[in-house]
Design a protein around this ligand. Structure first.
Ligand SMILES: Cc1ncc(COP(=O)(O)O)c(C=O)c1O
Length: 398
């Protein structure tokens, strides 16, 4: 049994989540509940695998093995009921670089690329950094359950001559795990308008029953001619620093174009520890992951209960997947910046501002619950403390 309650001091390890906050916010003793990594040790078998490699002491260049390809295919098959062809797997150090590679490989400067609003911030950044035209389709929230507005997606495809659609499943930050019927509609629209589809499926393994993850390559309809999937074991097993990810590109022409651009940028070499970690994780990590998902569910129970009883003006709808709570602060008559400042400087807690994921994320804040229960409770107490100050200021001004 893993003990996810054990606190691990991450301060002064040069990590982004804990060690950058003081400089960013000029504030001490902040509790980080932002960027999507976990405060947990990874699965012990992975640590042992990396330790064996360290003991060998030779850290030269390394290739992904045929064994690793088979292991990835096995994982996809046993976890997600489809088996990518091993030849379709293309390795990349991380998903965001793959998104940039796809943008460069499949579009030209000035071409329009579609994403949702809100969605993971680097989608928009990658499109704009590569001088493509950013087009967004707002997700629609019905009782805090997000849906795709398919009429809007279709209109945007027609009006903007969209070349590429970058899709997120499970969805960060809203936590939706899109259903096969929804994915079929996405695929059918791409087919109808000749749009290439990139599906970022990095959160595929963090899904809570009864929800079930369906890959864009496994919807019951065959979209493989124009679909590229990116995924990785790095969210699942907390390995983001080891730099390992992969694409499934069934269409040989699309695969060759992707590899050509990746090669041009010398972007295909991976960290040897990442390759080792991935193989051990996918072979031996399933029971660790099961325990982790149970712990996440308990953390979401805590958030749900706390918000209902102690944060009555905040809205929270449990996510279907991801370890990210999407909290709605729209009841407060303050700007995003004002809320953020109060959370940071009064509550001393750092969440991600929803506005960074698109305008449609305004007044939402994303809370990362991949930490100890004690930290989740402390984070919620800090939010409460910050909001109490808003409430009392509000009372005074009234
Ligand atoms: C949807 C999504 N894609 C990609 C990433 C980052 O992946 P990588 O570290 O492999 O670039 C994240 C990290 O939070 C994410 O949420």
């Amino acid at each position: 049994m893993m003990n996810f309650n054990e606190p691990i001091n991450r301060l002064h390890t040069d990590n982004v989540k804990w060690d950058t906050m003081e400089q960013t916010y000029c504030e001490k003793d902040l509790l980080p509940m932002w960027i999507a990594d976990m405060d947990f040790m990874t699965c012990p078998a992975i640590i042992e695998g990396i330790q064996r490699e360290v003991a060998h002491g030779v850290f030269g260049y390394k290739n992904p093995s045929a064994r690793l390809r088979e292991t990835i295919a096995d994982w996809q098959e046993s976890m997600h009921s489809y088996r990518p062809a091993v030849d379709s797997i293309v390795f990349s150090p991380a998903v965001v670089p793959s998104i940039c590679t796809a943008i460069q490989a499949y579009t030209n400067e000035g071409d329009a690329v579609l994403i949702h609003d809100p969605v993971y911030t680097p989608f928009a950044e990658s499109i704009e950094n590569n001088r493509r035209k950013l087009v967004r389709s707002a997700l629609v929230s019905v009782n805090h359950h997000y849906k795709i507005n398919f009429e809007d997606v279709e209109r945007k495809m027609m009006e903007n001559d969209i070349k590429l659609y970058i899709f997120c499943n499970p969805h960060n930050p809203c936590g939706r795990v899109w259903k096969a019927e929804e994915l079929q509609k996405v695929g059918e629209l791409c087919q109808k308008y000749g749009v290439l589809l990139v599906s970022d499926e990095i959160h595929q393994d963090i899904v809570f029953a009864p929800n079930k993850f369906t890959s864009m390559l496994n919807t019951g309809k065959d979209f493989s001619a124009f679909t590229v999937v990116f995924t990785a074991p790095t969210k699942t097993f907390n390995l983001a620093g080891t730099k390992v990810s992969y694409a499934f590109i069934e269409n040989a022409v699309l695969r060759a174009r992707f590899v050509e651009v990746q090669t041009r940028n010398c972007g295909a070499e991976l960290n040897s520890f990442g390759l080792t970690a991935a193989e051990v994780a996918l072979k031996e990590g399933k029971s660790w992951l099961d325990e982790l998902l149970t712990y996440f569910e308990q953390n979401f129970d805590i958030v749900e209960e706390y918000v209902a009883t102690s944060l009555p003006k905040v809205n929270f709808n449990r996510p279907e997947g991801t370890y990210l709570a999407w909290l709605d602060f729209n009841a407060y008559d303050l700007t995003d910046k004002e809320i953020m400042n109060i959370l940071v400087h009064e509550g001393k807690v750092v969440l991600n501002a929803g506005i960074d994921y698109g305008e449609n994320g305004a007044k939402f804040f994303r809370m990362n619950i991949a930490t100890t229960k004690a930290n989740v409770e402390e984070g919620l107490n800090r939010i409460k403390k910050a909001l109490a100050i808003i409430n009392s200021k509000h009372a005074i001004t009234k």
